[in-house]
Design a protein around this ligand. Sequence first.
Ligand code: AMP
Length: 249
Amino acid sequence: MKALVPVKRVVDYNVKVRVKSDGTGVDIANVKMSMNPFDEIAVEEATRLKEKGALTEVVAVSCGVTQAQETLRTAMAIGADRGILVESTEELQPLAVAKLLKALVEKEKPDLIILGKQAIDDDCNQTGQMLAALLDLPQATFASKVEVADGYATVTREVDGGLETIKLKLPAVITTDLRLNEPRYVTLPNIMKAKKKPLETVKPADLGVDVAPRIKTLKVSEPPKRGAGVKVPDVATLVQKLKNEAKVI
Ligand code: AMP
């Protein structure tokens, strides 16, 4: 039983991003990059499934620039057995990533593909769903609990009204939500061990995938600045302002 875990290199969640002065995108020069937090949860979950004996191999894959190797090394320090870098300097949109992952799934034949529910840079929340559609595989998005046994995955999903539990036949695609687990702290010995794990590099053309962007970003702008607040002397004034100025009550 093998799991494929796609991990994306994104701007670290602690970085306050700035829009480039020409409005063409976000300035990522010299900012700290890390693994997408939902993908860390996915690697942790796959590692725990392996530790429980439900899986035998965890393969991390990242699509992007050469430096995404660092993201793969982090995945291997958490517990992935090996890494695959699909190296490209193009802007990789969810459909392109889904096509690359489809090609890798056909090659690697994993029983489970566990992705993050969304990447915190583009906030698309599309790749897992597109991958499941391209492969015609069952999918369980926004997972907060995953159990794997006897060729099936039982997944509890976070839905609007609460929780939903579904059973999927493997192979299947699962995307992780925040409450699925708390990723372990990566220790120095495991970082050292990860350096020795196999890391293969392929190009999109090797997988026969055209990654040309299908969507063009026209403009990126900062959200409008919030105006300063006011202090009110008492509750009566607050109620009066909410009624007459904000008109919310
Ligand atoms: P998105 O649809 O862009 O919000 O991304 C959802 C998930 O797809 C992420 O959490 C990753 O698991 C995976 N993913 C997206 N882009 C990449 C990439 N370039 N390399 C590897 N995995 C990716």
